[in-house]
Design a protein. Sequence first.
Length: 454
Amino acid sequence: MKESTGMPAMNTVAATARPTRYRWVVATLFFLIYTVAAADRANLGIALPFLRREFAMSNAEAGALVSVFLIAYACAQLPSAWIVSRFGVRRTLPISMILTSVATALTGVVGSLFALKMCRFALGFAEGPLPLGIAATINRWFPAKEKGTASGLFLSAVKFGPVITPIIGAAVISLWGWQAIFIVFAVPGVLFSLVWWLMVADRPSDSRAVNQAERDLIDTASPGTPSATQIERTRAMPLLDRLTRVRSEKPLETSRAVATSWNIYGCALGYCCQLGISSVLLAWIPTYLLNVKHFSVAGMGFVAAAPWVGAVFGNIAGGLLSDRALGKRRKPGMMFSAIATAVMMVALIKSPASPVVYGFLIFMTGVTLSIGFSAYMVYPTSFVSREKFPLANAIVNMGGQLGGAATPFIAGLLLDHFGWNYVFGFMSAISALTFIILLTISEPLEVEPVRQSR
């Protein structure tokens, strides 16, 4: 009798307890970890002028170093999906980050150009599981109404890494030389790996830092069978819903269903184009500012960081907009980014040489390009089961990374034969192509029917 009377009391306490917010501690950790990973891939750009003095290489070979990493990173996505699904994020992510740190440190002690390329290739494979592990963490640790915000925070780390890298890298090189930059950047990854292992479980239900109220909040959008994604009802927006092709989609619960879904491949193609634009900006804008706009080195450094500062704001703003203002609709941000970025590329062709004006324009380019970025990662969560989400995310991310690997090379070909205006025109064209591709995929969402007034 005492046992039976105690249970209702315990249930009442659980129901009225204030939810913990440990999921945001997890979010802070994956932001810091991926900032370090992004810095590990970006530090090559800071060291490259010094590397070229030590290792003779042509412009094509220098550019190939960027592509080597991205090709390996793209190829690692599908195997990483299996690894994350098989061994869980808690084991996979720390190992991946430690291997990333090892590859980064080895880059500082190489003795040949071939060894340097091998280190970049190894870095790409080592980092492969990180985005999938973080995306799977977001899918398991956040309710549907917060997934866009969490994804925006995650992807802002990709852009925050290139913001801090020039500052830290320049200081390290001035004190200890170019080799030291890779050693210094390798240390935080090891430390954060240990913190993740100690603090983050694969599921909120396995974490002692999460109370039952927070677990219930996280599971609000997926009652019943935890392996199947449930689609929430949200308020209808008739005009927007027609444009974005809102419809109820049957959850994808098998590998075959994921691998044959046009929604997944359309999302991957759109991400391919948008990440391709980001890769061109990262690889070529510093050269453009020095050679075409004739900026000073200091002016170039200031303006070259502007798009990534804007991208941090854009990623976070896009996630908040998707979650809170648009009722978890993902396509509007993606489509806005595609059109706005196409317009910004044309504006950059006609931009003045003033560092302040150009800096503002390229800052806004970073904002517009990134507003839809977080949506690409979170888009599959609304119609793919949690067990198959790593595979869906791997396909989308692989498409993006292949685009990121190809476009700097294409931009180089355009520069060799036509000039800078064609590079910006190319980016404008593929951004417009993104918009067309997005029109063909649906917005998997169940909306409340519009009530007819009498």
